[in-house]
Design a protein around this ligand. Structure first.
Ligand code: GDP
Length: 449
C-alpha cells in the first residue's frame, strides 16, 4: 500500500534538510544505506510509532530549481507539494520572524486547504520562543516549536504529523487485482515515447472506459490477459505545459507515483548513461520496498555492439551495485526494438514479490549459511539465529529472531541476503532482513497462550 507523503517546504536556510534528517533518523535502518547516496538525500521513509510515511525535502528536489532560491522557484515547489503531499510542513526560522516569502508560501498553502503544520525552527532556547506569536498571523493553528539541530520538539511534531495523516484505507479491489507499474526517469530519456510504444503493443489492451481506475491519472490495461495499471501516466504525458516551466518535471510527483506502484521501471538513455539522479531514484525505490527494472532506451543511437542487455548489465554493474538483482532491458522507443521485453520483465519482477519462502527451507538455508561461514564474533559474542520466518509484507521480508540484534555486521547481512537470494530468487526485488530479539518472540508466544 502507498505510504502517505509528508513534504517539507520553506525558504532556503530555515533548516529543511536538518529537519528531514531528524525525521528519517528516527527510523531503525532495516535497509542498508546505499553507499554514496546517503549524503544528499531528499526523500526517505520515516517510521514513527509503527507508522511509515515518506518524507520529502522539497528544496533542491528538482534539477531546474535546485540552485534557484527565487520566489518563483519556491512557489513552484510549494505548488507541487500541494499537489502531491498528504501533509505539508511549512518550516520557518523563528529567530527571523516572518519574511515576505514566508507569507507568500503561507498564503498559497492556506488557499490549498491542505493539511498544513507550521513549524517554527531554531527555537533552541526559551527566550526565542516568544517570537512564535508572530507566526500565528499566517492563519494556521499553533506552530510546532522545534530545534531541528538539537532534536528539541521533534517527537511532538512527529505525533502531530501522525494525527494529520490520512486514515489508511483498505486497498481498493482494482488496486489488489492489478500489477502496478511506475515509469520513472529524468526528463527527455523517453518516458512518454516508451509509454506510447507500450500502449501500442498488440498484446496490450487499454481499457476503453477511462475512469474505471480509482485514479483517472493512471492507465489501466490488459497485457496478455494480465491486468496492469501504469501509474500516473498523466504525469508522464504532461510536459512543457504553459502553466509553469518549473513544474514541468517534478520528482515529488514521481515519488508519489512510485509509492503507489509495485515495480518501478527506471528509464535511462543509452547515449548519456547513468547520472547520480538515476541512482537516487533506484535507491529510493528499493528502500521503499519496490521492485525495479532498468530500461535502457534510445539504443538506436548507439553502436550495434552496445545494444544488448548483456552489455548494459556489465556497464551498469558499478553504478547499480546496490541493485545488482534488477533486470536490465534495452529498447528503442523510436524503432520499437526490444519494446516487447519490458512488460514480461516487469511482470516477472512482480511475480517474484509473491514468492513464498517455506519456513523449513528458509531455516535450512540459513543454518547452512552459518555453518559454511560463521558470523564474526563481536566483543566476544556471536550472532545466533534461533528462528527465521517470512513476514507478510508486500516486498520480500525475512524476520530473524536472534540472540542480540546488535551483532549483525553489515557485510554478514549482505552474505545472508545473498544466500537467501540464491535459493529463492527474488529477482528485481529488495530483500529486507529484519532482526528481532529472541526475547520478543518468547513474550509473544506467552501472550498467545
Ligand atoms: P520524457 O521527457 O522522458 O517523457 O521523454 P520523451 O518521450 O518526450 O522523449 C524525449 C526526446 O527523445 C524526444 O525528442 C523523443 O522523440 C526522443 N526519443 C525518445 N525515445 C527515443 C529513442 O528510442 N530513440 C531516439 N533516437 N529518440 C528517442
Amino acid at each position: 500500500m502507498a505510504r502517505p507523503i509528508v513534504a517539507i517546504v520553506g525558504r532556503p536556510n530555515v533548516g529543511k534538510s536538518t529537519l528531514f534528517n531528524r525525521m528519517i533518523g528516527q527510523r531503525k535502518a532495516i535497509v542498508d544505506p546505499v553507499p554514496g547516496l546517503t549524503r544528499d538525500r531528499l526523500y526517505g521513509v520515516a517510521d514513527w510509532r509503527g507508522r511509515e510515511f515518506t518524507v520529502v525535502d522539497t528544496a533542491g528536489l528538482d534539477l531546474d530549481t535546485a540552485q534557484d532560491s527565487s520566489r518563483a522557484a519556491i512557489e513552484a515547489q510549494t505548488r507541487i507539494a500541494i499537489d502531491q503531499a498528504d501533509v505539508i510542513l511549512l518550516l520557518l526560522d523563528v529567530r527571523q520572524g516572518l519574511t515576505p516569502i514566508d507569507r507568500d508560501i503561507g498564503q498559497l498553502l492556506r488557499k490549498s486547504r491542505r493539511s498544513v503544520i507550521v513549524v517554527a525552527n531554531k527555537a533552541d532556547s526559551p527566550t526565542e520562543r516568544h517570537l512564535a506569536h508572530e507566526v500565528l498571523e499566517l492563519g494556521f493553528e499553533e506552530p510546532s516549536l522545534i530545534s531541528a539541530q538539537h532534536g528539541l520538539g521533534v517527537g511532538e511534531l512527529l505525533d502531530r504529523v501522525l494525527e494529520a495523516l490520512p486514515v489508511p484505507e483498505a486497498a481498493a479491489a482494482s488496486e489488489e487485482a492489478a500489477d502496478r507499474l511506475a515509469i520513472m526517469g529524468r526528463p527527455n530519456v523517453g518516458k512518454s515515447s516508451l509509454l506510447n510504444a507500450l500502449l501500442g503493443d498488440e498484446r496490450a489492451l487499454v481499457s476503453p472506459t477511462p475512469g474505471t481506475t480509482r485514479d483517472p491519472i493512471d492507465t489501466e490495461l490488459m497485457f496478455d490477459g494480465v491486468p496492469v495499471v501504469l501509474v500516473d501516466t498523466a504525469g508522464i504525458r504532461r510536459k512543457s505545459s504553459s502553466r509553469d516551466r518549473l513544474e514541468r518535471y517534478s520528482l515529488l510527483r514521481g515519488i508519489h507515483a512510485m509509492e503507489r506502484s509495485d515495480v518501478v521501471l527506471l528509464v535511462i538513455e543509452a547515449p548519456t548513461g547513468v547520472l547520480a539522479q538515476d541512482q537516487h531514484v533506484a535507491g529510493y525505490a528499493l528502500e521503499a520496498g519496490k521492485g525495479l527494472v532498468i530500461v535502457v532506451n534510445k539504443i538506436d543511437l548507439v553502436e550495434p555492439a552496445t545494444r544488448k542487455p548483456a552489455y548494459w548489465r556489465m556497464a551498469l554493474a558499478g553504478d547499480f551495485k546496490f541493485a545488482s538483482f534488477a533486470p536490465v532491458v534495452t529498447v528503442s522507443a523510436k524503432t520499437k526494438e526490444g519494446i516487447g521485453s519490458i512488460m514480461p520483465a516487469a511482470l516477472e519482477v512482480v511475480g517474484q514479490r509473491r514468492i513464498k519462502m517455506p519456513p523449513n527451507e528458509l531455516n535450512r538455508v540459513l543454518r547452512e549459511a552459518f555453518l559454511e561461514h560463521p558470523p564474526p564474533s563481536f566483543k566476544g559474542r556471536r550472532l545466533k539465529v534461533t528462528y527465521a520466518t517470512q513476514s507478510s509484507d508486500e516486498s520480500p521480508t525475512v524476520v530473524l529472531f536472534v540472540n542480540d540484534t546488535g551483532l549483525l555486521h553489515f557485510s554478514y547481512r549482505r552474505y545472508l541476503e545473498k544466500k537467501v537470494r540464491e535459493r529463492f530468487g527474488l529477482s528485481g526485488n529488495p530483500l529486507k532482513l529484519v532482526l528481532r530479539s529472541e526475547e520478543s518472540r518468547r513474550s509473544r508466544a506467552r501472550a498467545a497462550k
